[in-house]
Design a binder for this molecule. Sequence first.
Ligand code: PLP
Length: 445
Amino acid sequence: MTMAAIDQANMTLDDALAAAEARYVEANPASAAAFREAQAVMPGGNTRSVLHFSPFPLGIREGEGAWLTDADGHRLLDFVGEFSAGLYGHSEPRIRRAIDEALDHGTVLGGPNRYEAAFARAICDRFPAIERVRFCNSGTEANLYALSAARAFTGRDDVMVLSGAYHGGTFTFSGPNPLNVPFPWHEIALNDIEGAREAIRRLGDRLAAVIVEPMMGAGGCFPASPGFLTALREETERTGVMLVFDEVMTSRMAPGSVHGLFGIRPDLVTLGKYVGGGMTFGAFGGRADLMARFDPSTPDYWGHAGTFNNSVVTMAAGLAGLTEVLTPAALEALNARGERLRDGMRRAIDDLDLPMQVNGMGSMTAFHFATRAAERPEDLPAVSPGLRALIHLELIARGLYTARRGLVALSLPVTDADIDRFLAGFHAVLEENTTIIRRHLDVPA
Ligand code: PLP
């Protein structure tokens, strides 16, 4: 038995977490101070819930390539990847050049600028179901417009969503959310083809839209099967329901996004995150006949305002990203790294015989604690948040920045050597906590 194994045999999860937190507090005084200051003016010192974690989040001073420097000067490899929005890394030179050039010609111009139609063209050329597109400022806003448009277009009220789905802060279905947009919601289970067919038929002409993420990103990187997505298309077509693919995260999975990869044509698609080149961004688009209702030169058009919808900085950065940086070859190489990452993580879990599983697609991965294979978020056993916290803080201590929920999102500047470094750290952290993990999941040690 190694010393680490002897130590952990006697340690509870609470002890191990307390020790990890004490080391974290000791190592990060500047982050702690920044957090205390922020608490005086923002609730919980926070303006974006997902970035909070206990005992306090790392303040991030700067980023370069795939690396971050925190407030205390530690360098970390960034595997949060800004929850998929950081696809281009922190300092892509072609995007930087495009932003500089845009700034040289002034911002807040108050009219159509020279980037927006070119950017719209790049999006329509790339994503097959997007015949016409409109820009907004976030994925949440894109989903709000897509679903509102579906309701107006069909004259129906109800919306169907996957249990455990996340489509924005006001579209959260992993538990009760008093801030959700008050549409009449109906939930179906991921990959339950018969259940979905039955529910869509039963709701019939009350249903305006089904919104689905081709891989449930925030839900834990659970991919939807092509058969499930095809069944949704068939059933919605039959009943006149708008099928909305939320590809805010998944559009990075293939050059034509997941709907292009699987050859499925939703009525509407929403985009966000990396598509804006790292700037504030959202977009919704799809069928030309539906999108035509937003044409302001037609009578009874649907208004779609938004002061920053065509922000020159976003338009320029997004255009450079899609047309100069994110080539099919670049995406393929990134996705291959994602596969290698998942293979390596699964090998570590097998090697240590741990009750865990690794999910994902392309360059996005999530690890979970589970004694039986979980096919959807609802199948996962309830585990103490302390277990996730322990693994998260231990990875940070090794210079590996992941999301607390176990998301690992790659960016283009991540190298094979960076993947190896992650895998070595992941294995070491799991090995040091094998007994605690097994005991917590009631697996014999
Ligand atoms: N849809 C999905 C699938 C997302 O993952 C997110 C954000 O994580 C959103 C929508 C909301 O996007 P935003 O944070 O830009 O509002």
